[in-house]
Design a protein around this ligand. Structure first.
Ligand SMILES: Nc1ncnc2c1ncn2[C@@H]1O[C@H](COP(=O)(O)OP(=O)(O)O)[C@@H](O)[C@H]1O
Ligand SMILES: [Mg+2]
Length: 134
């Protein structure tokens, strides 16, 4: 499915608009030193995977698109799972536990967890007894 997601991204032509970011992202991945904290306004492109129905494959698609963008295209990718009813992203991304806090600044910030080169934040990290799989 990762190959399908990468092919789909290429077919959209959208990728070409991100060529500069692609290069910058590759460089920054190897940057050593204090990292600038980025907010949502600094996110160059947002891809929303949505539907008005549950159980149709949103989470599966979102994970595969995100991982394909990170691993195949070398982009810096964040995955935000705002599903409060059935957050399955921690399961799909093989992540668990609460996020660590960065207390360096004036207010504590939650640090996203990372796997498959995708930084991930999910409501599922805050559920005590999460057995959600879909
Ligand atoms: N392309 C697909 N083909 C077959 N089953 C799929 C596909 N995508 C997702 N599924 C399965 O469908 C179920 C719901 O997928 P999920 O991504 O959790 O949906 P949603 O996030 O929309 O609720 C899961 O059991 C998942 O493994
Ligand atoms: Mg889901």
């Amino acid at each position: 499915m990762w190959r399908c997601a990468a092919d789909w991204l290429s077919a959209t032509g959208w990728r070409f608009a991100t060529t500069a970011a692609h290069g910058a992202a590759r460089q920054q991945q190897h940057h050593v030193g204090p990292q600038k904290k980025l907010g949502l306004k600094d996110v160059q492109h947002i891809v929303a995977i949505t539907s008005a129905k549950g159980g149709v494959g949103k989470s599966t698609t979102a994970v595969n698109v995100a991982v394909a963008m990170a691993t195949r295209l070398g982009l810096r990718v964040g995955l935000l799972d705002a599903d409060i009813h059935g957050p399955s992203i921690p399961t799909l991304m093989n992540l668990k536990g609460k996020p660590a806090l960065d207390k360096a600044g004036s207010q504590a910030l939650m640090l996203p967890k990372e796997n498959y080169r995708v930084k991930t934040m999910s409501f599922g990290f805050f559920l005590e007894h999460s057995l959600i799989t879909s």
